[in-house]
Design a protein around this ligand. Structure first.
Ligand SMILES: O=C(CO)[C@H](O)[C@H](O)COP(=O)(O)O
Length: 190
């Protein structure tokens, strides 16, 4: 049974290993369209979460949360999947994507942050600012993000697990740290 939302447009590339979910707003629509074409031609299985037409008054949250939910659904189904959310700056789009459980969305603004998003953060979504870069730069950032593996270094896994713990158990990390500090103070004074 397909898990695609009915509003999403799926473009299938030949031999795609990864599915890529895209969501944007009016500020990123042109870039999203050219990224969809490029990524499809590179063999990615592209899912467009909109918008489908230019509207200068549209709002990014639903489109970007839709893309992030697509990634989260795929991860849940053990399907290799990543997401790209685009806006004028990318900030609000990143914030919206990060509200979806299981999503680690990174704002990418150069080649280094594109690589580090995967290497250190195992980011499954990136946000791009279409008004901040040329389309060629954005394509390069997207390609670097999609191709870069996570390092699986234990320190990065530990930090990602701390974020996931907070997300799933709502155990406030700050409380945990202050509890440990308090215990340390007690053992020093004893
Ligand atoms: O980047 C964004 C959010 O972070 C939006 O794309 C941006 O705020 C849209 O601006 P406007 O409505 O003035 O075109």
């Amino acid at each position: 049974m397909s898990t695609e939302p009915s509003s999403a447009t799926v473009r299938r590339g030949a031999g795609a290993a990864y599915r890529v979910h895209l969501g944007t707003d009016h500020a990123g629509l042109e870039l999203s369209r050219s990224l969809q074409q490029e990524l499809t031609s590179l063999g990615y299985d592209v899912v467009d979460h909109g918008p489908t037409a230019y509207d200068a008054e549209d709002d990014y949250p639903a489109f970007c949360i839709g893309a992030a939910e697509g990634v989260a659904r795929d991860i849940n189904d053990n399907r290799p999947s990543l997401g790209i959310v685009i806006g004028g700056a990318g900030n609000g789009e990143q914030i919206a994507a990060n509200k979806v459980r299981g999503i680690r969305a990174a704002l990418v603004w150069n080649e280094s942050t594109a690589r580090l998003a995967r290497q250190h953060n195992d980011a499954n979504v990136i946000a791009l600012g279409a008004r901040e870069h040329t389309p060629e730069e954005c394509l390069k950032f997207a390609a670097l993000f999609l191709q870069e593996p996570f390092t699986h270094d234990s320190r990065h896994k530990r930090r990602i697990a701390q974020i996931a713990d907070y997300e799933t158990c709502l155990t406030p990390l700050a409380c945990e740290i202050s509890r440990r500090d308090a215990l340390a103070r007690i053992s020093v004074s004893a």
